[in-house]
Design a protein around this ligand. Structure first.
Ligand code: SF4
Length: 370
């Protein structure tokens, strides 16, 4: 079953009828400032709306425009991002802000093409900013839109695969182009829409996020149900086709919390590492979950003699990796020399951009009376 231009036009009309009354209030929907829209879009990648709201509010209070972000210290930017993960996004945002200042006179670029030329901004984000802030008929395709479109047209195949993906971009483009220069759409104040393209794209994402859910979509409440092939066939949950699950790889680490008096040893991650610039308690990857922590510490701090006791085990995931950190505590009498690391009090450590998996140790250390 296809999605003809006439059908797409009816679908777009139904979304524009539905969205103004169903748009959730989010702080970035109260502005048409492309900078604010951009920051919300990069924060929302892989993170839920309710988590992002306080981050966005804090960021916008501290770095309200591209000029302030361009000038900010990297530690400030990372601190404001701390906990959202994927820190290269925050770094790229700062690089993009610097480019906005040097190459665009501090004004956010006006077209989708120019927006997409900024570091860290891909086709989706450029389309989102251009349509939401400027009402440009630029398509967007994220997980929510993919779900709605593949169900509407019962489109089989891997939506990330080249051909299916190209078809979906094409459909998203036809939908938004179909409403350009069209009707006015007004949300309930204090929300703002730049126009019909802005409302169409946001409405499509909203429908995927709140009605056309991955499991048990609320088809009975959906404004598109009479146009939806998958709902009519009773097969909504069969779309989009499931991609093969990646193979999960376990990884093991020994982590050391070493204290002298009231200061702890911390190290900064190198330029080429994941979470570059972030601080952490010294650690080392091991071949197995049973590696002897006294042998492992030799590689980090050769010749150090310290009695180690287990503090806790931290488990977390990054993409397809399942990480297990066995954390050990050691009390030293004096600071070893030439570690290339830093000694800090716990209150100082709290002020550093610190890897989030290890932040949960702070409470343990406070409870232990640091
Ligand atoms: Fe999704 Fe159901 Fe609406 Fe189709 S009718 S778009 S499956 S919620």
């Amino acid at each position: 079953m296809g999605l003809s231009p006439a059908k797409l036009s009816r679908i777009a009309g139904a979304i524009l009828d539905w969205f103004p009354d169903h748009a959730r209030d989010m702080p970035w929907r109260r502005t048409l400032d492309p900078y604010g829209v951009w920051i919300s879009e990069i924060m929302l990648q892989q993170t839920q709306v309710k988590t992002v709201i306080p981050y966005w509010n804090r960021w916008m209070r501290r770095l309200p425009d591209a000029a302030k972000l361009a000038r900010a210290r990297e530690a400030t930017v990372l601190k404001l991002w701390e906990g959202l993960g994927y820190y290269s996004r925050a770094r790229n945002a700062q690089k993009a802000a610097q480019m906005i200042v040097t190459e665009h006179g501090g004004r956010f670029p006006r077209s989708r093409e120019l927006i997409e030329s900024l570091p860290g901004i891909g086709r989706y984000t450029a389309g989102a900013i251009a349509s939401i802030a400027y009402d440009e008929p630029a398509p967007i395709l994220d997980g929510n839109v993919i779900r709605v479109l593949t169900r509407l047209g019962m489109i089989p195949g891997d939506p990330k695969g080249k051909e299916v993906n190209a078809t979906l971009w094409e459909l998203a483009g036809q939908l938004v182009e179909g409403v350009a220069d069209g009707r006015g759409v007004r949300p309930a104040p204090p929300l703002k829409f730049a126009g019909a393209c802005s409302a169409l794209n946001q409405g499509l994402m909203e429908l995927g996020a709140t009605v056309c859910l991955p499991a048990k979509p609320a088809c009975l409440l959906c404004p598109l149900r009479e146009h939806c092939a998958a709902a009519q066939a009773g097969r909504a949950e069969d779309f989009p086709s499931k991609a093969k699950k990646p193979v999960i790889t376990p990884r093991h680490f020994c982590t050391y919390v070493l204290r002298v008096g009231d200061v702890y040893l911390v190290s900064q991650r190198g330029e080429d590492e994941v979470n570059a610039g972030f601080w952490e308690f010294p650690n080392r990857e091991t071949d197995s979950a049973e590696a002897d922590p006294r042998e492992v510490i030799e590689h980090l701090l050769p010749g150090l003699t310290v009695e180690l006791r287990p503090l806790r085990v931290i488990r977390h995931s990054i993409t397809r990796y399942r990480m297990t950190q066995r954390v050990f505590f050691g009390e030293l009498k004096r600071r070893p020399r030439n570690t290339g690391m830093r000694w800090c009090r716990l209150d100082e450590i709290r002020g550093l951009p610190f890897v989030s998996a290890q932040r949960r140790l702070f409470k343990d250390l406070e409870a232990a009376g640091s």
